[in-house]
Design a protein around this ligand. Structure first.
Ligand code: 5RP
Length: 262
């Protein structure tokens, strides 16, 4: 790996433990003003100091985040779909590598949709993006999307998606936690971070999921709704952080959450 690529990866994954707490706030690219992210600045700013990197679109980055923050950016560069459109999987590359570089990003993120009509299109576009990323030293995070079919989130499907993304050259993969998650991690030769998915019943469930993922070898989280849709997003991000970086047990992390939410 070239120095520039290595340097960008090490901005995302902290040197101390090679793990990351990435905050996902890119949802608007297909969901619009999703609940509690209606005014991105208000949601994101209070959390910035607690996260290692931000996964975000260029529109929200340019308009809602001050350039003074020293926060590694993982730029969402796929889209072209919407929650009310015909097919969620019909995504293309939406941002040029030049613009990503202009924004001084640490990585770009692109979704792939296996077992959909647009599987081939998303995989080929991922490969193109990786080629461009290699040209300029920009790492690529592949997101193993499932669209509306949440039941696809099983070990077989996710192992296949993660492995294909890695084989195509993705530098890291964002996927969902599932039963037998250790198998997904073991068969993927690049770092995996987990998405949170739709808001779970309560914060304890989300902490349990983050803990289990890290225990299985995930290199961190790239969570959104389970953090900023919590009534106590700062307490939640700190509790998640304590699992990722301090190896806290679920019990300790939940105690921390409860003490901070007061
Ligand atoms: C969809 C995405 C989302 O835009 C987002 O990043 C997911 O985060 P979370 O599920 O934790 O809210 O990647 O594929």
């Amino acid at each position: 790996m070239d120095w520039g690529m290595k340097n960008r990866m090490s901005r995302i994954f902290r040197a101390k433990d090679n793990r990351t707490v990435m905050l996902a706030v890119d949802h608007g690219y297909f969901l619009g003003p999703v609940s509690r992210l209606e005014e991105p600045r208000k949601t994101i700013e209070p959390l910035i100091t607690y996260v290692d990197s931000l996964m975000i679109t260029r529109g929200v980055l340019r308009n809602c985040i001050e350039a003074k923050y020293d926060i590694p950016i993982v730029l969402r560069v796929s889209g072209g779909n919407s929650i009310i459109g015909k097919d969620l999987s019909d995504e293309e590359i939406t941002v040029s590598m030049q613009d990503a570089i202009r924004l001084n990003v640490s990585a770009v993120a692109f979704s792939i949709y296996l077992a959909t009509e647009y599987e081939h299109q998303t995989l080929i576009n991922l490969a193109r993006l990786i080629d461009e990323g290699q040209n300029y030293g920009i790492p690529v995070l592949a997101v193993t999307a499932v669209g509306k079919e949440l039941e696809k989130r099983d070990c077989r499907f996710l192992s296949l998606s993660c492995r294909i993304a890695a084989e195509l050259g993705a530098n890291m993969v964002k996927t969902y936690y599932c039963e037998d998650f250790d198998k997904v991690v073991k068969s993927c030769p690049v770092p995996i971070v987990i998405a949170g998915g739709p808001k779970l019943r309560n914060e304890l469930d989300a902490l349990e999921m983050a803990y289990a993922a890290i225990a299985c070898g995930a290199k961190g989280v790239d969570m959104g709704r389970n953090i900023w849709q919590s009534r106590w997003p700062q307490a939640m991000i700190c509790a998640i952080r304590s699992i990722v970086h301090d190896n806290n047990s679920v019990k300790k992390a939940f105690n921390l959450f409860n003490s901070l939410k007061k």
